[in-house]
Design a protein around this ligand. Structure first.
Ligand SMILES: Nc1ncnc2c1ncn2[C@@H]1O[C@H](COP(=O)(O)OP(=O)(O)OP(=O)(O)O)[C@@H](O)[C@H]1O
Ligand SMILES: Nc1ccn([C@@H]2O[C@H](COP(=O)(O)O)[C@@H](O)[C@H]2O)c(=O)n1
Length: 208
């Protein structure tokens, strides 16, 4: 069984995807880490994330980079959202995401285009969202524990800018798949959101 979990920054999709993977005993891929690795690889090479050739070179990142805490910073998220707009970068990362989704037994993947591009055939698709203020508050709490001097206003601005880039780009824009279930976590605790997610997946897959 493939479960696709898409949604904007800090909506809670990674938390839900990990919980679904544990519940169903499936492997999980946070596809955002791939794009964050490309963005960090480009900036560490003094390249320009907005330059397609630099961004494509960044796709040949050392797999060990995926474990680097630097990928969790907001700067990495910004660089990722810039490199991810290049069709060549999306093409270069496509096969490894599809291979992960198609492995025997299935998988859970979270990102922006899982239900629309990577695995449109997935029997269960969630589009996880929350208000921009709630998402910014969640990300602020997360970053405040990691980075000195981060402000809520700068986090909100980054979230809104990333939303705009992710949904406004021509290549694989962030959008709810026609057959995806919407899950707004604005007023839900993590546990309540996870239980709702499981119910939605069960409703889609009960007869399979
Ligand atoms: N329902 C919730 N209530 C409160 N906090 C939440 C909820 N869901 C997730 N969080 C917290 O919000 C932060 C962001 O969650 P998560 O990483 O799952 O979001 P995401 O959509 O995967 O973000 P991104 O796409 O930017 O990586 C984490 O600190 C997480 O613990
Ligand atoms: N399937 C995906 C996943 C991510 N992106 C881009 O990467 C940025 C960072 O992703 P996070 O999930 O770690 O926030 C994100 O803002 C997107 O621009 C993507 O394009 N496709």
């Amino acid at each position: 069984m493939i479960i696709a979990v898409d949604g904007p920054a800090a909506s809670g999709k990674g938390t839900i995807a990990k919980a679904l993977a544990k519940h169903y005993g499936l492997p999980h891929l946070d596809t955002g880490l791939l794009y964050r690795a490309v963005g960090v690889s480009v900036t560490r090479a003094d390249g320009d994330p907005g330059d397609a050739a630099d961004a494509l070179r960044g796709c040949a990142f050392d797999p060990a980079l995926l474990d680097d805490p630097a990928l969790k910073t907001e700067a990495a998220g910004k660089a990722a959202s810039i490199v991810s707009a290049h069709p060549q970068v999306r093409e270069a990362l496509l096969e490894r995401q599809r291979d992960f989704a198609m492995q025997d037994g299935g998988a859970v993947l979270d990102g922006r285009d899982i239900g629309t591009v990577i695995a449109p055939q997935a029997p269960a698709k969630l589009f996880v969202t929350a208000s921009s203020e709630v998402r910014a508050q969640r990300r602020f709490r997360e970053l405040d524990a990691m980075e000195q001097g981060v402000s809520f206003d700068s986090v909100l601005a980054d979230i809104l800018a990333r939303d705009e880039r992710d949904s406004g780009r021509s290549a694989a824009p962030l959008r709810q798949a026609d057959d995806a279930d919407l899950l707004d976590t604005s007023d839900l605790s993590i546990d309540a959101a996870v239980q709702r997610a499981i119910s939605l997946v069960e409703a889609r897959t009960a007869d399979r």
